[in-house]
Design a protein around this ligand. Structure first.
Ligand SMILES: N[C@@H](CCC(=O)N[C@@H](CS)C(=O)NCC(=O)O)C(=O)O
Length: 223
């Protein structure tokens, strides 16, 4: 019997793009259902009534929410081309970095987009300080996962170069200058060579424009 694998996503969302990257890295066919996150479908509300967010994965009628949990589910269900390390300690470390990207880097990086000029300098500095931890983590590696892209690569790859950076570009901010973040730039170059990643990168110009709209929508009035 053919498997049912459906993904509810949104074209500009790093959270659903990372799921597509993982499914493609593993060669798992899936049906993609584009959601309008500003006008949610009854199906999304039914499948994710608690958070009402994408991505949602549906596998043979079972629903999984929250992107990091979906990635773990995918890795355990389709075991070819593993994205998490086998060693328990290495797995814990990979989860640590993924959480660091989604919690710290995203929240500070997003603030740098929506803060008015006054508070922005401090947030930029803080974003760069956090980014330096990732820079150091990449020394001597092609990917966070080693020779091949893994869990942290799809999480950080979807979030940093192919999402937040588009927002910074739209504001004329070079948040990760190449001379200071050589390892991160090398890593982005490596990611760009991977077919499964390339296929999931949102179109650049459209995305930069989209991030400008997002920024306006969430801008702190006087921060
Ligand atoms: N922690 C969630 C975050 C997902 C998320 O924030 N998705 C956004 C799209 S980028 C969304 O659905 N937003 C709709 C809303 O918050 O109402 C995950 O990792 O899946």
């Amino acid at each position: 019997m053919a498997e049912e694998v459906k993904l509810l996503g949104y074209w500009a969302s790093p959270y659903s793009r990372r799921i597509e990257m993982a499914l493609k890295l593993k060669g798992v066919p899936y049906e993609y259902l584009e959601e309008d996150v500003f006008n949610k479908s009854p199906l999304l509300l039914q499948l994710n009534p608690i958070h009402k967010t994408i991505p949602v994965l549906v596998h043979n009628g079972k629903t999984i929410n929250e992107s990091l949990l979906i990635l773990e589910y995918i890795d355990e269900t389709w075991t070819q081309n593993p994205i998490l390390p086998q060693d328990p300690y290495e797995r814990a470390i990979a989860r640590f970095w993924a959480k660091f990207v989604d919690d710290q880097i995203f929240s500070v990086g997003f603030k740098s987009l929506i803060r008015a000029d006054k508070g922005r300098e401090a947030v930029i500095e803080e974003t760069q300080r956090l980014m330096m931890f990732l820079e150091k983590e990449l020394i001597g590696k092609d990917f966070f996962g080693g020779k091949k892209p893994g869990f942290v690569d799809v999480v950080a790859g979807s979030m940093i170069p192919f999402c937040l950076t588009r927002g910074w570009e739209g504001m004329g901010i070079d948040m990760i200058p190449e001379e200071k973040f050589t390892e991160i730039h090398r890593w982005v170059g490596n990611l760009n060579e991977i077919e499964a990643v390339k296929e999931c990168v949102p179109p650049k110009e459209k995305h930069v424009q989209h991030m400008i709209i997002i920024r306006e929508r969430f801008k702190a009035p006087s921060a």
